[in-house]
Ligand binder design. Structure first.
Ligand code: UDX
Length: 446
């Protein structure tokens, strides 16, 4: 919304949320206090805020004043009832729709921005049109393809913008209205229009294909380790094939983030619902491979440390699910840490952007052990000072640039010997670490 406001000074953008603290943070004079860390975002907010970009908790007023409403609430995986652990929980979407239906007094275009299972637009349309008033709603699907850490760049220069709408004259007019918003800065040939269902399904499909590439290369990383091949060399060799392409072939400790797992589970659930068990199983394997990769990494650490990490100090560098974000949702680090903690390791976590509160909350959420025990077994460091002292092992969980630049010779000196490094992101020079005298392991390097 901030990018839309920055690029379209003639459009008034109201961002509303029930959470007063969040809205206050978006209005904070100190732009370093914005709730989301994303390179370039504060400049965009600075440009538009107070001019045509407003943050408030007055939801009803914003609904009433608007011509177009983007619904961007979260759709987490259900934690209860039918479809538990797989289906998307649509309660926030439904609450939004009901509120809009209650408040609206003039015709509006409703844009689904949240990622939703296929045919949710239909449910939205149903709720919106059931008020009996003569207000008309047109529902569009406009999935977001930005990736975190590069969000502003991805929004300013998207590969494509996708708009799904009804194939009726009213639907076409709504599509055109949203098209005109993006056309302020996106070339028309990159704005694709489809029917609503194709648009909804494309978002799940895009994420499933991307995650599948990571799981595919990760599956081969295990084979590389067994055969003394090098996964980066394999990735480079296949990536040169223009039909395959070089992106999303970086082997890692496992993909994380708010989208991949949730969207694939959604796709799996959807396929099952339609009785397509083979389709469901095919995509489910992408998740299983990712779980295997996280577990495999933790087991590698334990096995290397002579099959016990009980009481041993292990430093985890990075907690975010990727670099340049403070988002930790589904981060591989959480699961690796949990595994090590179950083996009674003493874990020290350092991440340049994630708060200690978040780290404990992520572990507590798993419910593997009590909150007190997580407090006792885990230390969160604000800086790297002294964290390597007497550590048995260091594991890189996030590919933050600063980890490459550390003085690894000095780190080695502070650690217990023999010292171990486990690179879950393939960012360190393993040969150099070995020369220093460390036992170094990287995923997919035989
Ligand atoms: C993803 C999609 O890329 C984006 O289009 C969609 O809108 C939301 O979901 P995001 O979750 O922000 O974006 O991050 P992404 O860059 O896709 O990375 C996801 C995970 O895969 C990260 O944990 C990342 O470290 C991992 N990954 C990615 C790899 O392990 N190897 C790769 O080669 C690429």
């Amino acid at each position: 919304m901030s990018v839309i406001a920055a690029k379209c000074p003639g459009i008034k953008v109201h961002v509303v949320d029930l959470n007063a603290d969040r809205i206050a943070a978006w209005n904070d004079d100190d732009l370093d206090n914005l709730p989301i860390y994303e390179p370039g975002l504060s400049d965009i907010v600075k440009e538009a805020r107070g001019r045509n970009l407003f943050f408030s908790t007055n939801v009803d007023e914003a609904i009433d004043e608007s011509d177009m409403i983007f619904i961007s609430v979260n759709t987490p995986t259900k934690t209860y009832g039918v479809g538990k652990g797989m289906a998307a929980d649509l309660k926030y979407i439904e609450l939004c729709a009901r509120q809009i239906a209650r408040v609206a007094t003039n015709d509006k275009i409703i844009v689904e921005k949240s990622t939703l299972p296929v045919r949710t637009a239909e449910a939205l349309q149903d709720i919106l049109s059931s008020t009996g008033s003569d207000v008309n709603f047109q529902v569009l699907s406009n999935p977001e393809f930005l990736a975190e850490g590069t969000a502003v760049q991805d929004l300013l220069n998207p590969d494509r913008v996708l708009i799904g709408g009804e194939r009726t004259p009213e639907g076409a007019a709504a599509i055109q209205a949203l098209h005109d918003v993006y056309a302020h800065w996106v070339p028309s040939d990159r704005i694709l229009t489809t029917n609503v269902w194709s648009s909804e399904l494309s978002k799940l499909t895009a994420n499933a294909f991307l995650a599948q590439r990571v799981s595919s290369i990760n599956s081969l990383s295990a084979l590389c380790e067994a055969t003394e091949a090098d996964v980066d060399e394999v990735a480079r060799a296949i990536g040169q094939d223009s039909r395959i392409g070089p992106k999303f072939l970086k082997s890692s400790v496992g993909f994380g983030g708010s989208c991949f797992q949730k969207d694939i589970l959604n796709l799996v659930y959807l396929s099952k619902t339609y009785g397509l068990d083979e389709v469901a199983e095919y995509w489910h394997q992408v998740i299983k491979m990712n779980d295997y990769q996280k577990r495999r990494f933790a087991e590698k650490i334990i096995q290397s440390l002579y099959n016990t990490v009980n009481g041993k100090k292990i430093v985890l560098l990075g907690w975010a699910f990727k670099k340049d974000t403070n988002d930790t949702r589904e981060s591989a680090a959480i699961y690796v840490a949990d595994y090590l903690l179950s083996e009674q390791a003493q874990v020290v976590v350092y991440d340049p952007k994630v708060t200690s509160q978040q780290i404990y909350a992520d572990l507590d959420y798993l419910n593997t052990r009590s909150e007190e025990e997580n407090q006792r077994l885990v230390n969160v460091a604000q800086t790297t000072e002294d964290i390597f002292k007497d550590a048995h092992a260091v594991a890189v969980m996030t590919e933050w640039d600063e980890f490459r630049e550390y003085d690894w010779k000095q780190i080695h000196e502070q650690m217990l010997k023999p010292s171990f490094v486990f690179d879950g992101r393939g960012i360190l020079d393993i040969q150099q670490l070995e020369e220093i005298g460390m036992n170094a392991f990287a995923i997919g390097k035989g």
